[in-house]
Design a protein around this ligand. Structure first.
Ligand code: ASP
Ligand code: CP
Length: 328
């Protein structure tokens, strides 16, 4: 595995399967009375967030803490970034504090790559979402969720998602989640179809390893999982569709449409959801929607990523429950 996690496209099938299998081990820890492992004791993980986040920031923090790392949370709001401090000087400050891993979310596509290749810091860099580019740990936790829901207890062969049909619907143009999922799911052998209004399909999508369809209703009945994307108003500088009502009618998911999906098929959403826009409350609150499960799976997946990037090369978990300082 590479030293940094910048793009889902950088992961080989073996890398991805190793992360997902390790996440499965980490998930078992969550079922123990003591959820902490001593694995990263003495290591420091910095969460560097220049863009808003609820799930990603909290779950990276929970993941690092469950591995006993020290965690420093930095959010650009309220920091010296408002005084004009650059990414470089911010990074050098973190380096002075001895960061072993830096988890970065930034509005500029490429910021994590810049950090990883600049030489400003020595630690591993993890992309927690950069502009409209990538969000690789989201794709990993999504694949983990699909494995668990679609394959269940028999998962772990490394070929679990082979031939599975995954449909991603909505604002693909502004979605780093879609881009990372297309790459990772393709690597894992799934067949991905994007469904979006023509105005929200990125230029160059023909190069992506997936199909594009404008006909939601013909794709849904053939899908094993349907991933709804949020309409990302904060990234829109023009009108991409006539009205919200029109968008939800043509590209949203409601109970009637969900009923046309195969019985085993799941509905996914990375969050945050715009209820009533891309997804109705009825669908969001149904048993088939995995949005909350995805958040829980995010902690195990991010534990696996931090563990593997910070040098873990043996089983993360000892066969007997680990005893941490706190539990002694
Ligand atoms: N939370 C995800 C992201 O930051 C998806 C979204 O915001 O719609 O990319
Ligand atoms: N899915 C996701 O990345 O959520 P946040 O933006 O809340 O972190």
């Amino acid at each position: 595995m590479k030293r940094h996690l910048i793009s889902a496209a950088d992961l080989t099938r073996d890398d991805a399967v190793l992360i997902l299998d390790t996440a499965e081990e980490m998930a078992r820890v969550a079922d123990r009375p003591i959820k902490k492992l001593p694995t990263l004791r003495g290591r420091t993980v910095v969460n560097l967030f220049f863009e808003d986040s609820t799930r990603t920031r909290i779950s990276f923090e929970a993941a690092a803490k469950r591995l006993s790392a020290d965690v420093i949370n930095f959010s650009a709001k309220g920091s010296s970034v408002s005084k004009g401090e650059s990414l470089k000087d911010t990074a050098l400050t973190l380096e002075a504090m001895g960061a072993d891993a830096v988890v970065i979310r930034h509005g500029a596509s490429g910021a994590p790559y810049r950090l990883a290749t600049s030489g400003w810091i020595d630690g591993a860099v993890v992309n927690a979402g950069d502009g409209t580019h990538e969000h690789p740990t989201q794709a990993l936790l999504d694949a983990f969720t699909m494995r668990r829901r679609l394959v269940g207890a028999d998962a772990g062969t490394g070929r679990d998602l082979d031939g599975r049909r995954i449909t991603i619907v909505g604002d693909v143009l502004h979605s780093r989640v879609a881009r990372s999922n297309v790459h990772l799911l393709h690597t894992l052998g799934a067949e991905v179809t994007l469904v979006a209004p023509p105005t929200l399909v990125p230029i160059g999508v023909e190069q992506w390893p997936c199909e594009v369809s404008y006909d939601r209703d013909s794709v849904l009945p053939k899908s094993d999982a349907v991933m709804m994307l949020r309409v990302q108003r904060e990234r829109m500088n023009a009108a991409f569709f006539p009205t919200e009502r029109e968008y939800s009618r043509r590209y949203g998911l409601d109970g009637d449409r969900m009923a046309r999906m195969p019985e085993h098929a799941i509905v996914m959403h990375p969050g945050p959801m715009n209820r009533g826009m891309e997804i109705t409350a009825q669908v969001a609150d149904s048993d088939r929607c995995t949005a909350v499960e995805q958040v829980a799976n995010g902690v195990s997946t991010r534990m696996a990523v931090l563990y593997l990037l910070l040098g873990g090369n043996e089983s993360a978990i000892s066969p007997t429950p680990a005893r941490t300082e706190e539990s002694k």
